[in-house]
Ligand binder design. Structure first.
Ligand SMILES: NC(=O)c1ccc[n+]([C@@H]2O[C@H](COP(=O)([O-])OP(=O)(O)OC[C@H]3O[C@@H](n4cnc5c(N)ncnc54)[C@H](O)[C@@H]3O)[C@@H](O)[C@H]2O)c1
Length: 275
């Protein structure tokens, strides 16, 4: 599926983006590894070259997805160099944990700037290029937090619900234009997001320790993503508990309410430090 394809990844320097980039290179893709952090983009591009793929695979580029003009320039660079853009993994994102009452508007703006406007900037440039060329896959990284209520993560959850909604709409608009649009909705995946997550009113390591479900491997997620893309699944929800919660919330919402209320109690009892 990815052999000889031109693949662009944002937030490729770490975690899910890194694994998407390296696994795509291993399958013979030409990979553009972009990240806010220049050094990690270079390191992952090097991993892509080492993983095989085409000789031109493994290009690194520093890219802040909140900068719409630079995002447009980056997509232009891909098309100028490789003639087309086959897959865009719109993946860069940040975490934010804290009760709504402890969060500031600056927290909300930062989360929305990266997780929503960053995704919009990349989609805007990539989707239009894919429409022009008549084919392409735009793959947005949302989250399980974009499918169910997320007490203690309301800003993050709101940003990811918006990404799911954008995906579902664009998927219908793109269908007859040759553009496939999908969202990845992971549960808790091993990555650096837990150390980097902004927190308000919580212990610094709260994001990791308050995860109510197992943190699973990124390799398993990416294998599932590639399988889901082959079937053009709208929402790729992983792992099993994420699928179960998503279904429960849709079909028997009351069954998930108790879990959410218990999570609020637990956060206040064990992780909240604010008065
Ligand atoms: N790890 C999880 O449990 C999990 C679960 C659901 C969804 N996600 C989503 O997966 C995506 C990747 O997260 P991850 O877990 O791999 O985290 P990570 O922190 O390991 O990697 C995120 C990468 O994005 C980069 N980044 C941050 N801000 C950026 C910006 N403005 N422009 C460009 N790059 C930027 C970081 O430098 C980092 O390399 C995010 O959208 C995240 O919300 C993660």
């Amino acid at each position: 599926m990815l052999h000889d394809q031109v693949v662009f990844v944002t937030g490729a320097g770490s975690g899910i983006g890194r694994q998407l980039a390296v696994a795509a290179a291993r399958r013979g893709a030409t990979v553009w590894a972009t990240d806010l952090d220049a050094a990690s983009a270079v390191a992952v591009a090097e991993e892509c070259r080492a993983a095989g793929g085409r000789a031109t695979s493994g290009r690194a580029r520093t890219l802040d997805v909140t900068d719409a003009a630079d995002v447009a320039r980056a997509i232009d660079e891909v098309v100028t160099a490789d003639g087309r853009l086959d897959y865009c993994f719109n993946n860069a994102g940040i975490g934010f944990a804290g009760e709504f009452r402890d969060s500031s508007l600056d927290h909300w703006r930062r989360v929305m700037d990266v997780n929503l406007f960053g995704v919009i900037h990349v989609a805007y440039a990539a989707y239009r290029q894919m429409v022009r060329q008549g084919h392409g896959h735009l793959v947005n990284t949302a989250s399980l937090a974009g499918l169910i209520p997320t007490p203690g993560l309301s800003a993050y959850g709101a940003s990811k619900h918006a990404v799911v909604s954008l995906t579902n709409s664009l998927r219908l608009e793109g269908a007859a234009l040759g553009v496939k649009v999908n969202a990845i909705c992971p549960g808790f995946i091993e990555s650096n997001i837990y150390q980097r997550t902004l927190v308000a009113g919580l212990k610094p390591d709260a994001m990791r320790t308050m995860a109510p479900f197992p943190i699973v491997s990124v390799e398993g997620l990416v294998a599932r993503v590639f399988a889901g893309l082959e079937r053009n699944e709208a929402l790729i929800v992983y792992p099993f508990y994420a699928r179960l919660l998503w279904r429960l919330y849709r079909w028997v919402p009351w069954a998930t309410t108790w879990k959410g209320l218990a999570q609020v109690e637990k956060i206040r009892r064990e992780y909240r430090i604010a008065e």
